[in-house]
Structure formats: C-alpha cells, structure tokens
Design a protein around this ligand. Structure first.
Ligand code: KG4
Ligand code: ZN
Length: 348
C-alpha cells in the first residue's frame, strides 16, 4: 500500500508518503516564524498558512518519493484533535484528492499517530508484539499516559488537567525571556545549570491534597509550576546573571521532567507493562530522554522513542499508522473533530 499522509492539526503543514513500513518522503513546513511574534499559535494565521502551503508540500512529498499521483492507494489525513480551521484545510485537500483519484480516505486521530511515531523504523517491531505498553504523548497541546494493548486498543490512564508539558516549557521560557518556542530554548540554556538550584513544585501531586483537587494518581498539573516560576523571578530577578539563568532553567526543566518520569514509573508499575513508547515534541528534550533511558533500564522495560524528525508534528506518522491498519478506513466524508480524544471511552 502506498499512502499519502496529510497533517494540518496545528502549526505544521505536513505531507508524507509511505509504502508499507517504509517512509518514502516526509515534508514539514513549520510555521513557527509566523507565530513567534505572538508568543504562541494564532489559529487564523495557522489556517491561512496551511491553505497557502499545503498544495506545494503535498507535491514535494510526492516528488521526493519519486511517484505520480495515480500510484497512491489511499490518502490518510488527521481529523482531530486540533484547531478546527486548520484540520478543515487538510481534510478538504484529502477529500479533493481522494475524489479525483477514486481512492479511500483513512481518517486518523492525531494522538494515535503520535503514539505510532515510535514505529516508523524499517526494523521496528510490530506494535502488537511489544504490548502491553505504556504510551507517553508529550507535546505543546497534549500530555497523556495511555495503556496500549494493541493497535486501536487504548485506555487513557492519566492526562494533564491544565497546561500541557510543552505549554509549561513555552510559558516558562516566556517568563525567563527566552522566546518561542520555549522547549528547545530551555533545553539549550539548561546545559551546565544546576537542576537542584530552585525547588520548584513537581507538577504532580503525590500527597493527600489530590483528592481535593480532583487529580487522579496518574494525572498531571503544570499550571502551579509556572506560577511558582513567576514568583521566583519576582523575588530573585535574572537580569544580567547568565549563570543564574542556567540554574533556574535547569531546575524548571527538572520539575517538568520529574513529573513526567514519576507518572511513567507509576503507570508502568500499576499496570505491569513491558514497553514504554514516547512521542510528541517534548520528547525531543535531552534531559527527558536521558531520564527515560535510566528509568526503563531500572524497570527492565523496553524504551521506544520516536526518531527526532518524527517527534514533533509530521505526516509520516499519519501515513505510517494508516499503512499499519490504523485509523478509520474509507471514511471519505470525515469531518473535523477538534476535541477528539484517545482511549477515553475505555475509562472506568
Ligand atoms: O508535537 P509538537 O510539535 O506540537 C503539538 O502537537 O503540540 O510539540 C511542540 C512542543 C512545544 O511546546 C515545544 O516547546 C516543545 O514541543 N519542544 C520541547 C523541545 N523541543 C520542542 N520541549 C522541551 N524540550 C525540547 N527540546
Ligand atoms: Zn501533535
């Protein structure tokens, strides 16, 4: 099966072609520069950029794969979750192409595509063979832990009740004057900083206050961390102290990473899982990757991280998932589902 994947759920305009397990091409047009002046993604700007750039990105993906339109067997497209007006551009393009070529559409859940991105390797095992597994999806818009029992079999174990981990990085970086997007900036300036310089809250709530706050044992909360940083910077400003910036950034990063690590460890133990799958833009974080490697070896689990080029939003994960039999095949009148979830219907 040769599949063209399309991804326009947020601020990356992406298309990719896969054949079986092989990624033949993957093109991502990042809109970061267009959104940077606003310090975050502006939905109207995102959809205009998708409209303008998607046709060229699709053509480039096809020509990089050395194929002609008629050689495609199906068109896979993200239908949610994401920004409604951005999802609609990808869906409209997919529908037009599928109609013209008389091919089926495979409608893909963006979260399931992220989860699958750890399998975009020619020699990766089949997803079913590494189950039961834990999936940690950490991006600018999502932070969740899922139990994976096979392709299409997911149970949501925990998620963030306020900011996503990437949002915590982006907002923290803005407070430290590091610009947007904040995750890569914090990752960079933390090098050489002391992670124990400032005792920030851990973004999870291991104590008895949890019952009152409504947080489950595997849920996350990052908004208090951001407020703690704000208060810290007011009391002890960074101005003109680059060494201090490294310490504060490293401590802040450690607080986010610690919360994620505690959540993963707890979920693996509770559910008795044997593989940890990690994906999403925040999984590019070097400290998180190192801590996950330590944790997995301590727990005797197999760790599968998405390749760096497939961590953030891309279309190879969309086409790849469809090629593996995931997504809703033949749903040619799929509509955008901005609030789509994954594994939630299986919640107790
Ligand atoms: O997966 P993604 O491209 O977008 C969403 O689907 O949301 O992830 C973007 C997020 C941003 O919040 C960005 O700051 C974060 O991933 N990010 C990082 C790093 N690289 C990107 N966070 C921490 N460390 C990084 N190295
Ligand atoms: Zn994403």
């Amino acid at each position: 099966m040769i599949i063209l994947g399309i991804e326009t759920s947020c601020d990356e305009t992406a298309a990719a072609v896969t054949r079986g397990r092989e990624v033949l091409s993957s093109v991502v047009y990042s809109q970061v520069a267009a959104h940077r002046p606003y310090g975050g993604v502006v939905p109207e700007i995102a959809s205009r950029h998708h409209l303008e750039h998607l046709p060229g990105v699709m053509e480039e993906a096809l020509s990089n794969a050395g194929l002609a339109w008629g050689e495609l067997d199906a068109v896979a497209v993200t239908y949610g979750p994401g920004l409604a007006t951005s999802l609609l551009i990808g869906l409209a393009a997919a529908k037009g192409l599928a109609l013209r070529l008389a091919r089926p559409i495979v409608a893909v859940n963006h979260l399931e595509a992220h989860l699958y991105s750890a399998f975009l390797e020619p020699d990766a095992p089949a997803l079913d063979s590494v189950c039961p597994a834990l999936a940690l999806i950490v991006s600018g818009g999502h932070t969740c832990l899922l139990r994976v029992d096979g392709l299409g079999q997911y149970r949501l174990l925990g998620w963030t009740r306020d900011d996503a981990a990437g949002e915590a990085f982006d907002k923290g970086a803005a407070l430290m004057g590091l610009g947007y997007p904040g995750g890569p900036a914090i990752d960079r300036v933390s090098t050489g900083g002391r992670a124990d310089a400032v005792a920030f809250p851990r973004g999870r709530r291991p104590d008895r206050r949890g019952a009152e706050s409504g947080l489950g044992p595997l849920d996350f909360s990052f908004s208090g961390l951001k407020t703690a940083l704000l208060h810290h910077l007011k009391a002890d400003p960074l101005a003109g102290r680059p060494g201090r910036l490294a310490d504060v950034a490293a401590s802040y990063q450690e607080a986010v990473v610690d919360a994620l690590i505690q959540g993963v460890a707890e979920a693996v133990r509770r559910e008795n899982l044997r593989t940890i799958l990690v994906s999403g833009g925040v999984s590019l974080n070097r400290r998180l990757r190192a801590r996950l490697a330590e944790l997995a070896s301590g727990l005797g689990c197999r760790l599968m991280l998405a390749r760096p080029e497939y961590c953030a939003d891309n279309a190879a994960m969309v086409a790849g998932l469809a090629g593996a039999g995931g997504g809703r095949v033949g749903w040619n009148d799929a509509d955008a589902c901005p609030g789509l979830s994954l594994g939630e219907d299986a919640l107790d």
